[in-house]
Unconditional design. Structure first.
Length: 340
């Protein structure tokens, strides 16, 4: 016991020596002693972090925790600490590769039927001036900034990482992850009021919330405003179709899982196609402006337009599935969106 601080010093003085360093020692040696205290304050959480179920730890340095209020809140929230403990060994390179990677946590999500995840994001062009900025400390982060998305669309920055301990790797992030909440609470808490109002009107909120694995493309308020003359939400059926065409059931499409050219069937049976161009993501030609808002039952991506899905077509007419023909096909069926 009297030697307990020796490995920390050794790592500091002789960084190339490989020692068996415990997680707590490594956190203390790397300026994350408050985070280490949070883990130790809850026996179940400490047991989790010391178990083989945890291979990557997203630690918050004391400088980012700052105040004791946050610390106490985190102690009272084992869910959040479970979200900071990944079961996968994920290094900086994996997290930094375009467009990022999915990191499965130890927060169980019965609705997802798989562990809840956080998603790193790198080099994705969202074309907004407020996109996450690079905050590199110590030069360990590769050339593009990396943020990590969790609940309510909150993103924290990766500031350093690949700190080895005897159970895996520690990465340092500049804030806590947010525990995901229900899809409808996520929509209302992130200011998507037009979508929220339409969801209320359509009575689809609980259907969407209760779905087991669910991807929703969530148009911004500006997107709805711009489409006011071309989107018909007058009849209940048209409204429901419109919303169902933004949803992919039985699929959790975190950004890295949406590959260029992939097609997905919406809740109302139509087809959406992913296009990736110049590091920007499009769904049937509509741009994803804020990806990876993690919800209790899946993921939501904010888009800057209303989706015009492509109706299903039969074999031999594969050309119709291409996004460029989506509008043509929609006019033909005129089911969901009436173009003026
Ligand atoms: C932290 O909280 C204490 C008491 O609530 C306060 O006095 C102190 O100024 C705070 N420190 C910082 C860095 O915000
Ligand atoms: C960003 O959006 C504006 C307006 O929508 C567009 O003119 C511009 O080309 C976009 N920039 C990039 C880098 O995509
Ligand atoms: C939607 O319904 C919820 C609960 O019924 C309500 O609190 C909220 O204000 C409604 N939102 C809109 C935009 O209509
Ligand atoms: C919608 O149509 C009205 C009436 O023609 C027009 O005044 C308004 O600018 C249009 N709105 C948009 C976003 O195109
Ligand atoms: C919207 O659809 C309803 C019923 O389908 C129709 O009565 C109404 O005229 C349409 N409105 C517009 C603006 O196309
Ligand atoms: C939603 O429910 C209300 C009340 O039951 C009903 O009046 C309305 O038509 C429903 N809306 C849709 C889109 O089904």
């Amino acid at each position: 016991m009297k030697f307990s601080i020796i490995p920390s010093f050794s790592v500091f003085i002789f960084p190339t020596i490989t020692y068996a360093v415990s997680l707590i020692e490594a956190l203390n040696a790397n300026g994350a002693s408050q985070f280490a205290q949070q883990i130790q304050a809850n026996p179940d959480i400490l047991a989790l972090y010391n178990s083989p179920a945890v291979k990557t730890v997203y630690a918050i340095p004391d400088s980012s925790i700052g105040n004791s209020t946050l610390r106490l809140r985190a102690v009272a929230d084992p869910q959040r600490l479970s979200l900071h403990a990944s079961g996968q060994l994920t290094n900086l390179e994996t997290l930094s590769v375009f467009p990022g990677s999915v990191s499965k946590s130890n927060l169980n999500s019965p609705q997802l039927q798989q562990p809840q995840a956080v998603v790193s994001q790198s080099g994705v062009s969202t074309n907004t001036s407020s996109s996450s900025r690079r905050r590199s400390v110590g030069g360990t982060i590769p050339s593009t900034p990396v943020s990590i998305a969790s609940g309510l669309g909150n993103k924290v920055n990766l500031v350093s990482g690949d700190i080895a301990y005897d159970g895996g790797l520690i990465h340092v992030v500049d804030g806590f992850f947010t525990v995901p909440v229900s899809l409808s609470d996520t929509i209302s808490s992130t200011g998507l009021s037009t979508l929220q109002g339409l969801l209320n009107q359509s009575n689809l909120s609980s259907t969407f919330n209760q779905a087991n694995s669910f991807t929703l493309f969530t148009p911004s308020n500006a997107a709805f405003a711009a489409a006011v003359n071309t989107t018909n939400t007058t009849s209940p059926a048209a409204l429901q179709n419109l919303l169902q065409n933004h949803a992919i059931p039985n699929f959790v499409g975190y950004l890295p899982d949406l590959v260029d050219g992939a097609t997905y069937t919406t809740l109302s049976g139509n087809t959406l196609t992913v296009t990736v161009k110049n590091k920007a993501y499009f769904i049937n030609g509509v741009r994803i402006v804020s990806p990876n808002t993690i919800t209790q039952n899946g993921v939501a991506h904010v888009i800057n337009g209303i989706l015009t899905p492509t109706p299903p077509v039969f074999t031999g007419a594969g050309w119709m599935l291409r996004p460029g023909y989506g509008v043509v096909a929609a006019v033909v069926t005129a089911l969901l969106v009436q173009l003026v």
